[in-house]
Ligand binder design. Structure first.
Ligand code: PMP
Ligand code: GLN
Length: 389
């Protein structure tokens, strides 16, 4: 087969995701895993029961319809109306996907031509770079810089070129916890309209905003027609393994995304779609309690990390805390995270892997707090020993 690499050049260097690498390290070393963002407690019992019921009743055990089961599309439309006053037609403006991950992939594969430029805030979620590359497009990073991790909107304006096709936004933002403010969203919307750009918004942490509220960009003037909004059940309902996600957008955009999606998975997660339809209709008390629980966990981990000597950047949303390790006499987050399991039995994620400009995130390390209080407590006690080691 000669000297030609087996992996195509678009994916060259992308190797194994940091989440897989670090979760495997956690298992191999028996460490507490505050790396990959998945809860250690399942979501609501009634939602789990709904999945069991669907399985037993033979609902979704065979291929569900390509766009998703009607019950779920209806529930997604109701959710957008209930929380944001956004109205979507469940038949033409909603598409169910295999998690937000497939929604992102299908959207980028559908909307991009080779050579198009995509502006995304870095640090970016790892699948963005891979999907932009698979579409043959080019990513153009706008760096969110410590300590505030706010986007510099003048810089955003300067990055737009005639080749810019799309803005890829993530709010609340993984890993920094930044939540875009109404003013920032307004400027971004104005730029999108002025330059006739498409916008893709990854809103998987929409129900995890601790300060203020989540504002979908699609609700701003001129944005509904050019925005593909993406979310998923994984984070909101603590069932990350079910992989039920969705897209809401105007019919032409949904049709484009569906065209790509049908050749990726065609359909997925039949019985779970029924359960997520019920989950989306849970009363407000579910969403309030979920956020209150995570707020408490955030405070617990934040205080523990501070006491252990980390510099903590308080997140406004998501279930991640980004820290700076320089107060611990450390410089390199990647080296630090590789050594951490053997040093003290905790796993974290180095933010540097989410950057093109790796220097901007070199000393930043992310911890998740979607774990039981006792686990977070034990983790911070272990981390507290770092200073003496
Ligand atoms: N986007 C972001 C910002 C994420 O953190 C994640 C991880 N849940 C995803 C997308 C993927 O979501 P899903 O598990 O629904 O594919
Ligand atoms: N979204 C999760 C995180 O940021 C990881 C999901 C995955 O492993 N791809 O930790």
């Amino acid at each position: 087969m000669g000297a030609r690499p087996l992996l195509n050049r678009r994916l060259a260097g992308m190797g194994t995701t940091i989440f897989a690498e670090m979760s495997a390290l956690a298992v191999a070393t028996g460490s507490i895993n505050l790396g990959q963002g998945f809860p250690d407690t399942d979501g609501p019992e009634e939602v789990r029961e709904a999945a069991v019921r669907a399985l037993r009743e033979g609902k979704g055990n065979q291929y569900p319809p390509g766009p998703g089961i009607p019950e779920l599309r209806q529930a997604i439309a109701e959710h957008q109306q209930r929380f944001y006053g956004l109205s979507y037609d469940p038949d033409t403006e909603v598409l169910v996907t295999a998690g937000a991950t497939e929604a992102i992939a299908a959207t980028l594969l559908a909307l991009l031509e080779p050579g198009d430029e995509v502006i995304a805030f870095e640090p970016f979620y790892d699948s963005y770079a891979a999907c932009i590359a698979m579409a043959g497009a080019e990513r153009v990073p706008l760096t969110l810089r410590a300590p505030d991790f706010r986007p510099d909107l003048d810089e955003l304006r300067s990055l737009i070129t005639p080749r810019t096709r799309l803005l890829l936004l993530n709010t609340p933002h993984n890993p920094t916890g930044t939540v875009l403010s109404p003013d920032e969203l307004r400027v971004i919307a104005e730029l999108a309209v002025e330059h006739d750009l498409l916008v893709v918004t990854d809103e998987v942490y929409e129900h995890l905003v601790f300060a203020g509220t989540h504002h979908p960009l699609a609700a701003l003037p001129g944005m509904r027609e050019r925005t593909v909004s993406i979310s998923s059940a994984g984070k909101t309902f603590s069932f990350t393994g079910w992989k039920v996600g969705w897209v809401t957008a105007r019919p032409e955009l949904v049709a484009a995304v569906r065209t790509a999606k049908q050749y990726l998975t065609f359909v997925s997660a039949g019985p779970f779609q029924y359960a997520v339809a019920e989950a989306l209709r849970l009363p407000d008390s579910y969403f309030d309690t979920f956020r209150a629980d995570l707020t408490r966990k955030r405070d617990l981990l934040s205080a523990g990390l501070t006491a252990a000597g980390f510099h903590v950047f308080e997140p406004q949303g998501t279930y991640f805390i980004t820290t700076d390790i320089t107060p611990l006499g450390e410089q390199d987050g990647i080296d630090f995270c590789r050594a951490l399991p053997t040093r003290c039995g905790v796993v974290a994620i180095p933010n540097a892997v989410f950057y093109d400009n790796t220097e901007a995130g070199r000393s930043h390390v992310r911890f998740t707090f979607c774990k039981q209080d006792s686990v977070l407590q034990e983790a911070v006690e272990r981390l507290a020993k770092l200073r003496s080691s």
